[in-house]
Write a protein that binds this ligand. Sequence first.
Ligand code: HEC
Length: 161
Amino acid sequence: MDSGLALRPAPSGSAGSVEAAIVRVTSWTSRILVAAACGGAAACQQTPLPTAREGRVLYGDNGCASCHGEKGYGDGTVAATLEPKPRDFRDVNAFKNGFEVQAIATTIAEGLLQHAAPATGATGAPVHHQQGMPKFPHLSDVERQSLALYVMSLRSQSTTR
Ligand code: HEC
């Protein structure tokens, strides 16, 4: 494995071969450190980073599309019955809590419910509305961040339409 390193004559002075040896040792050391930090591939997978790709799956699994629409235009099947309307993710300025990963992840965790003043229904009895963005507290932080990244990606796609 070390053939050539010790016996090869240095071209001019010995600095060249010493440097080569150091580079070799350093690259091996860093490989060992990377392996130790992860503790193997399985441990690395336990703390996944949020991705828009994962968010796309979660968006389907959690029924976001029923309100926000398949493409996030705010035109899901139940959108017409809702007031306020579900956010159209193309419109960055419409985000009440800001257009950032953590802000959006927090909105998904806590929801954005409106406690509208009671209106008078057809029977004359007050009708209480509590509509808006439901909360998804059962999702993990990483899952909500993935959803946020996906929501944000819908904006950039639509601006290149
Ligand atoms: C029952 C319908 C409904 C579902 C399901 C729903 N939303 Fe919403 N969402 C809304 C409504 C309505 C609003 C607008 C609330 C407002 O303007 O006060 C909203 C707003 C938002 C906003 C904008 C928040 C802001 O700062 O203005 C984001 C982001 C969002 N939803 C993401 C999601 C994601 C991700 C999912 C799925 C995990 C989801 N929503 C599921 C109805 C829904």
